[in-house]
Design a protein around this ligand. Structure first.
Ligand SMILES: [Zn+2]
Length: 196
């Protein structure tokens, strides 16, 4: 008599836990087969794919996702210095279902990575509070380094610095529909086309 119970979707398992038999499921990631029986090789949550009849174990990690090189991220400008901009990351594009990035995660954009050519005054390209779309160019050191070179990268949402009204794009400038203030930014072609 086999008293062992098969694992169910969502069960938490530890390495070595019995999951079922090969007649029930194909072993997927995090699962090994031994004499026709399936066991977890990592700690995590059981996932059963009913179409493929495959059982796998999804690892549980406490570390929020770290952006990879070439990931496109959305962030908020929290500081504009003379040589760099400090950005608080909000999310990684295309990984919306993942847990949010730790809110403490900061990134930097060096003045040389803002746009092609020479940037004389960073405060004409970014302002505190701007929402930006940028590409990760290095994640080895802290803060993560970003680039806004590229037509679809740069500021995607900005408020008027005088009256905090969302600015409207007019050509390569931003205009305040309330007070008429005109501002400049390193604009993305997706300005106000991306929901955050
Ligand atoms: Zn205004």
């Amino acid at each position: 008599m086999n008293e062992k119970k098969s694992a169910r979707e969502g069960d938490l398992v530890l390495p070595g836990d019995y999951l079922g038999v090969i007649e029930e499921y194909m072993p997927g990631n995090g699962v090994k087969e031994e004499n026709g029986e399936l066991y977890a090789v990592i700690a995590g949550r059981v996932r059963i794919d009913p179409e493929k009849m495959e059982i796998s174990v999804e690892p549980i990690t406490d570390t929020p996702p770290l952006p990879k090189v070439n990931d496109v991220v959305i962030g908020r400008v929290i500081e504009v210095k003379s040589q760099s901009v400090i950005v608080q990351l909000i999310k990684i594009e295309g990984r919306e279902n993942d847990r949010e990035i730790a809110t403490s995660k900061l990134a930097g954009i060096h003045v040389s990575q803002v746009k092609p050519g020479y940037v004389e005054d960073l405060s004409k390209e970014f302002k505190i509070g701007d929402i930006i779309r940028a590409r990760v160019i290095s994640n080895e050191k802290s803060p993560i380094q970003l680039s806004t070179k590229g037509p679809d990268l740069g500021v995607i949402y900005a408020l008027c610095t005088r009256c905090r009204t969302p600015l409207v794009r007019r050509g390569d400038r931003l205009v305040c529909p309330r007070c008429g203030n005109v501002e400049t930014r390193k604009l993305s072609s997706l300005y106000r086309k991306v929901t955050v």
